[in-house]
Ligand binder design. Sequence first.
Ligand SMILES: [Zn+2]
Length: 94
Amino acid sequence: MEILSTINVKKTRKPHRCFGCARDIPAGSSMCKINHVDGGVISTTRWCDVCQEVWRNHMSPDDEIDMGDLKIEMPQEWESARLDIEGEAVKNDG
Ligand SMILES: [Zn+2]
């Protein structure tokens, strides 16, 4: 996999699913958008702040995951990063 570009979006205009934790991140959140090419196919993944932090601390640039794996494989690390970044409040979408 080759990274083509990395863009930090301060406020998303639309809701997006985070690749690392598979959560739906509401519009107006900050996310990182990564364009990459894999086997000749260009695709885009988006990462929430929590997953960026978990990746920085626990993963190496060559690691590859499937959607949601960051949260599934490292639930404790992921949850502690989430508490640091998002605080205790958990939104209830009803
Ligand atoms: Zn995430």
